[in-house]
Design a protein around this ligand. Structure first.
Ligand code: UDP
Length: 374
C-alpha cells in the first residue's frame, strides 16, 4: 500500500481523475485528494457524484482574479500543506489547467514524481487554446510518468524528446468516467432523470435539438459572436429545431450568451448541468456543437455527430475517425455543417478513438511497477 496525492480543481479534472482515485483505492492505496477550488461550484457536486471527498481544499478563488493571481494562491496553498503532502509517493495531475500546471510545479520543486494524466495533447499554438497549450507543454517538461490517451499524443511526446520509457499509451479516463455515468443513467426517460431540471427535459422532449457548449477563452469576443450568429441562423432556417445550451458561469460567457441568445423561444439557456444530466441530454441530441475537449471525447461513445467550434483541435483522432468536424467560429460554416449533419441519416460508427474505459486501472498498475516496485 502506498500514498498517492491527486490535485484537481475544475470540472474536467474531477471527471478524469475520479476513475484514477477509484482504481488506486481498489488496489488498496491511500489516496489524498486536494482540490484547489478553482471551479468550486462545478466540482463539489461532481465529487459527490463520484463518491469522493477532498482531504484538503485550498479555496483559491475570489472575484476577478487573473491567471497569475490564481497561480500564486495555488502555490502558497500547497506550501501551506507541504507537511501533509511530503510523503506522497506520486502526485497525479490531469490535463492543462492552471491547477494542473501549478500542482506539477509544486511537486517538481519538492522532488515528488508527477504522473501526468492526458499527456501529449498538442496544437503547438500557444494562443489556441490559451493558456492550456502552454500549461500542458510545460507539465511535459517536468513530469515523470506521461499517460498519453492516444498513440498520436504519445508520438508528440516522443518528438519532444520525452524518454520513451516514461510514456505510456493508456486511453483517456474520460471514457472510464463516461461508463460509470452511463451505468448510473440506465435507460431512463429524460423527464425521469433527476439530474435534469424538469423544464429542460420537457423542452428536449418536444422535438429534435442540438446541444451546445462554448466557453473557450480564445473565442471570447468575435469568435463567440460568430457562434451566436450561427445558432440564430440555424433556428431561423430549421423551423422545428431547438437548441439547449448549458452556459458556463464565467461572466464573460454568461453575459454574452444571455444578451445574444436569451430572448429566443427555441433556444434554452440553462445553468451548467450535473454531469449525468448533461450526458443524458447529449445522448438524445441530434448534433453537438462544442468547443469542449471532454465532449469531443465523449460524443463518439454516444454516436452523436459533433461539430467543433474551434479552428484547431488537440484531439484530431475524432476528426480522422469521422466522428467530428472542425468548423471554427464563423457563422456560415457552423450553419452549413450543422445542416449537413442534421440531414445525414448514418450514425457515426466505430470504436471510440479516445479510450475503452480501462485507462485508470492501467495507470495504477504502471505506477505500482515504476514508482513503488523500486
Ligand atoms: N459537462 C457537464 N455539464 C455541462 C457541460 C459539460 O458535466 O453542463 C461535462 C462534459 O460531459 C465533459 C466536461 O464537462 O465531460 C467538459 O468540461 P469543460 O468543457 O469545462 O472542459 P474541457 O473538456 O474543455 O477541458
Amino acid at each position: 500500500m502506498s500514498n498517492f496525492s491527486v490535485i484537481l480543481g475544475t470540472r474536467p479534472e474531477v471527471i478524469k481523475l475520479a476513475p484514477v482515485v477509484h482504481a488506486a483505492r481498489a488496489r488498496g492505496h491511500q489516496v489524498r485528494l486536494i482540490t484547489t477550488g478553482q471551479h468550486r461550484e462545478l466540482t463539489y457536486p461532481l465529487l459527490k457524484f463520484f463518491e469522493l471527498k477532498p482531504d484538503i481544499d485550498l479555496d483559491v478563488m475570489s472575484a476577478a482574479q487573473g491567471l497569475s493571481q490564481v497561480s500564486e494562491r495555488i502555490l502558497s496553498g500547497l506550501n501551506h500543506h507541504s507537511k501533509d503532502l511530503e510523503d506522497s509517493g506520486v502526485i497525479f495531475v490531469q490535463g492543462d489547467t492552471i491547477t494542473a500546471l501549478i500542482g506539477a510545479v509544486w511537486g517538481f520543486f519538492n522532488r515528488i514524481p508527477i504522473a501526468h494524466v492526458e499527456a501529449g495533447l498538442r496544437t503547438y499554438d500557444l494562443n489556441a487554446p490559451f493558456p492550456e497549450e502552454a500549461n500542458r507543454q510545460l507539465i511535459s517538461r517536468i513530469a515523470c510518468l506521461h499517460f498519453a490517451p492516444t498513440v498520436q499524443a504519445a508520438m508528440a511526446l516522443q518528438m519532444e524528446n520525452v524518454k520513451l520509457d516514461d510514456i505510456f499509451t493508456v486511453g483517456n479516463t474520460s471514457i472510464d468516467a463516461l461508463k460509470w455515468a452511463l451505468n448510473h443513467l440506465g435507460d431512463q426517460k429524460l423527464t425521469d432523470i433527476q439530474e435534469i431540471p424538469l423544464k429542460v427535459a420537457q423542452f428536449a422532449q418536444e422535438g429534435r435539438y442540438i446541444m451546445v457548449t462554448a466557453h473557450r477563452r480564445e473565442s471570447f469576443g468575435v469568435g463567440f459572436d460568430g457562434i451566436c450568429d450561427g445558432i440564430l441562423g440555424l433556428i431561423e432556417r430549421v423551423p422545428d429545431l431547438r437548441v439547449i445550451y448549458p452556459v458556463h458561469p464565467n461572466p464573460q460567457v454568461k453575459n454574452a450568451a444571455e444578451r445574444r441568445l436569451g430572448s429566443q423561444s427555441r433556444i434554452l439557456l440553462c445553468d451548467p448541468l450535473p454531469y449525468v444530466g448533461f450526458l443524458g441530454l447529449l445522448k438524445s441530441a441530434h448534433v453537438i456543437l462544442t468547443d469542449s475537449g471532454g465532449v469531443q471525447e465523449e460524443a463518439p461513445s454516444l454516436r452523436i455527430p459533433i461539430l467543433v467550434l474551434r479552428e484547431k483541435t488537440e484531439r484530431p483522432e475524432g476528426v480522422e475517425a469521422g466522428f467530428s468536424k472542425l468548423v471554427g467560429t464563423h457563422s456560415s460554416r457552423i450553419i452549413e455543417a450543422t445542416l449537413s449533419a442534421l440531414s445525414e441519416e448514418k450514425v457515426p460508427q466505430g470504436e471510440n478513438p479516445y479510450g475503452d474505459g480501462q485507462s485508470a486501472a492501467r495507470m495504477i498498475k504502471l505506477v505500482e511497477e515504476r514508482i513503488y516496485a523500486k
